[in-house]
Ligand binder design. Sequence first.
Ligand SMILES: C[S@@+](CC[C@H](N)C(=O)[O-])C[C@H]1O[C@@H](n2cnc3c(N)ncnc32)[C@H](O)[C@@H]1O
Length: 272
Amino acid sequence: MAQGRITRGTTGANRLRRVDRWIAALPALRRADDPFVVDLGFGASPTTTLELHARLAAVRPDVEVLGIEIDPERVARASVHTRPGVAFSLGGFEAPAPWGRRPVVLRALNVLRQYDESEVADAWARMTARLQPEGVLVEGTCDELGRVASWVGLGVEGPRTFTVSLRLTGLERPSVVAERLPKALIHRNVPGERVHAFLAALDAAWARAAPLSAYGPSQRWRAVGAAMRAAGWPVRDGPRRWRLGELTVGWSAVTPGPSSAPRSPDRAPRDL
Ligand SMILES: C[S@@+](CC[C@H](N)C(=O)[O-])C[C@H]1O[C@@H](n2cnc3c(N)ncnc32)[C@H](O)[C@@H]1O
């Protein structure tokens, strides 16, 4: 029996471009012996599944994407879009695939948003159990137009990273992402929690970098990334990603629980 339940199928063309760009850069995908990817919960139309395939095929021409939905009617409608490298099937968090094939990437965007926070750990465990040993579960949320997004990157052992990705043009404060946090974090954005301290630090760094606006918002965001690293946040990426409006930190920066300020600059590897 499919694990989970049917929820609203809201989706939209191009709304997942930010997360797709991040997935396309994952070393696990680029190196995979079997570049098999699952898009779980594709919604009322398969547009974002087709887009995922097109974007990943640009870096892995042999990628195969399976769109999985728990609503049989949505699967039936999507199936007419089956093509080389893209297929659709019925299923839930158990992410069934033919011959027990395991995905190197499992994308679940805007799916857990409509679940309860107490259901997240079980859903994560079921989805990560399906991954290839080096595989990555990407679970997160974005706004309707895909301008504000955030996601958790998980390995088979659990959450590893947290990424914020924002359209920088016209951005007032990075903490606009508060409304689009993954379910595991959205109710934790209160004083005393790590994610709250993290967003406050981002806002403060963005405000301090205001003079750099003269050189464009990307320069300003690059200063934010550098300032966060210098302040000791476990920043996992670098200028190449920052110029896209992204910032990835280790999960320890936002793990639900009481916050404590980072003590020393983080020495972790800079890239994904
Ligand atoms: C809001 S839509 C998201 C569509 C698309 N991923 C996007 O971000 O634009 C959520 C979809 O997830 C599906 N869904 C919810 N729980 C699921 C589960 N456990 N397994 C598969 N699909 C699920 C819902 O039926 C719904 O169509």
